[in-house]
Design a binder for this molecule. Structure first.
Ligand SMILES: [Zn+2]
Length: 191
């Protein structure tokens, strides 16, 4: 399904330049969901998100990554999801232009690594040293050489780690209060 969006582009404010593509499919163990992509013909802005068809998932999903097999676990991350790795004190919040994606645990590690590498470029001394240590641990964690936990916190309940040993629960009100919920894009109100 492709349709014009009756709203200005959140990036360049151009009217009538947004197109929305909606595509329903099945992710094993996540279920039927709709993938939505909004594109701006004017500035190239692109936004992707995933909406489970059969209602919200619990807001908190986590997995202890202690072997290489768990690095392959699927991760569905919507635009409203915060990802944490508590052992390394790492967190990525949605922010204003966050986009959803489907990846695996290893892909999440890679995204953290890319972000850290960008930050340490041009740094030296203590900051660079501790960043290098974090990068090493992320590398080791891929094969279970350093045990890490991945936590997804999604106040809209659209994210999940798909693995038989993943645990999930509802978010507390105190947790929801401090979480960012990502960009507000009116076209996502499909109901
Ligand atoms: Zn635009």
């Amino acid at each position: 399904m492709q349709s014009k969006v009756d709203a200005p582009c959140p990036q360049c404010a151009e009217d009538g330049s947004l197109t929305m593509l909606a595509n329903s499919s099945e992710i094993p163990y996540f279920g039927e969901h709709t993938q939505i992509t909004v594109l701006c013909a004017s500035c190239g802005w692109k936004h992707t998100d995933f909406i489970p068809s059969d209602g919200e998932r619990p807001g908190f999903s986590s997995l202890v990554v202690n072997d290489g097999e768990k690095s392959m676990a699927r991760v569905v991350r919507s635009s409203s999801c915060t990802i944490r790795i508590p052992e390394l004190d790492l967190e990525v919040s949605p922010g204003g232009s966050s986009s959803g994606y489907v990846t695996n645990v290893e892909g999440v590690f890679t995204r953290f690594e890319n972000a850290i590498e960008t930050i340490i470029r041009g740094e030296d001394g203590v900051e660079a040293e501790s960043a290098k240590q974090i990068l090493e641990r992320l590398q080791m964690a891929r094969v279970g050489g350093f045990i890490l936990t991945i936590e997804l916190l999604d106040p809209r309940g659209r994210s999940q780690i798909i693995h038989s040993e993943a645990t999930s629960r509802e978010l507390g009100d105190d947790e929801k209060e401090v979480l960012e919920s990502g960009p507000e894009i009116p076209v996502f109100d499909l109901n």
